[in-house]
Design a protein around this ligand. Structure first.
Ligand SMILES: Cc1ncc(C[n+]2csc(CCOP(=O)(O)OP(=O)(O)O)c2C)c(N)n1
Length: 286
């Protein structure tokens, strides 16, 4: 079982049947297909049930603050461009507290992958409305139904200029693995929003709910190079819910646009900082 090399011996404490299991398996399968070892990857985690994955994956991991995975991940990638950097976020984590980071990370186009465990609820704090909860959704924090329009992760990603935008479903691990492989291979900021049912607290957006509704964009002839079609598809939610790759574009990543990070330069962590002449700098600021 080669896939087990990415796993720790920790006891998994997610609820039985949790949608996080599908993501956990698909991610390990993707690493295997990419030929990456545990040491080739840094995962930066937000705070929430999704963040518990740090205990179950055997890669480099960093537990960020709630919503702050992206700033840390960007710092790590800027310092060491040879690392494959992934952010593991929740819908509350990334679109609530971390919403502003998301917009700017997307348009910056560093070579990072952001995976959102989208269960449309706050899981770890046991069941408050999240930014992606459906309007009218009744929870402890909205007993009369959520009054706000939900954030649309796909159209937000497109409008924020993410260069790879996809949606997966944790009930279809094979399809999700392919999206992870493609997103991780993509040179630039890739977003994969994963429909991840919370079996304990969200009794609306269940596995059954999604099994009845999801269909695959590639099988429906969607052109993922067309941003207008991607936007149109992003608004489809109801009896039919599209999954797959909405949009992909090739454009220079941040590293290619900054002289000090250019491909021919070594990673910042590998550069010699011991014999730098800094006197002239100090003179300038006198
Ligand atoms: C700054 C800050 N605000 C609030 C919290 C409390 N908190 C911890 S987890 C969480 C919600 C988690 O929901 P989500 O991001 O959707 O992740 P899930 O647990 O569903 O995976 C909140 C509000 C916190 N830890 N830090």
């Amino acid at each position: 079982m080669e896939i087990d090399k990415f796993k720790t011996e920790e006891k998994v404490t997610w609820c039985q049947g949790c949608g996080n299991f599908g993501i956990w398996v698909a991610l390990r399968q993707a690493f295997l297909e990419l030929g990456w070892g545990p040491e080739d990857v840094l995962l930066v985690y937000g705070i929430g049930c999704h963040g518990h994955m740090i205990n179950y994956l055997n890669n480099y991991g960093f537990d960020a603050l709630h919503g702050r995975g992206l700033p840390l991940a960007q710092g790590a990638k800027l310092a060491n461009k040879n690392l494959n950097v992934i952010v593991i976020a929740g819908d509350g984590d990334q679109f609530g507290e971390g919403g502003n980071h998301f917009i700017h990370a997307a348009r910056r186009n560093l070579d990072i992958t952001c995976i959102i465990h989208d269960n449309q609820i706050y899981g770890l704090t046991v069941g408050q409305t999240s930014p992606t909860s459906e309007k009218g959704f009744v929870t402890k924090s909205t007993p009369h139904g959520a009054p706000d329009q939900p954030v649309n992760p796909i159209s937000l990603s497109l409008a924020s200029e993410a260069s790879f935008v996809a949606r997966g479903f944790s009930g279809d691990v094979k399809h999700l693995t392919k999206l992870f492989v493609d997103g991780l291979k993509h040179k630039g900021f890739s977003v994969i929003d994963v429909l991840q049912p919370c079996v304990t607290l969200n009794h609306l957006n269940t596995f059954q709910y999604f099994f009845q509704r999801v269909y695959k964009l590639d099988e429906a002839g969607h052109n993922h190079n067309d941003k207008i079609s991607a936007f149109t598809k992003s608004f489809e939610w109801g009896d039919k819910i599209p999954i797959g790759l909405f949009y992909k574009e090739e454009r220079p990543i941040l590293e290619e646009l900054l002289p000090q990070l250019k491909p021919e330069e070594k990673s910042l962590v590998d550069q010699d900082i011991y014999n730098i002449e800094i006197k002239s700098l100090f003179e300038e600021f006198k």
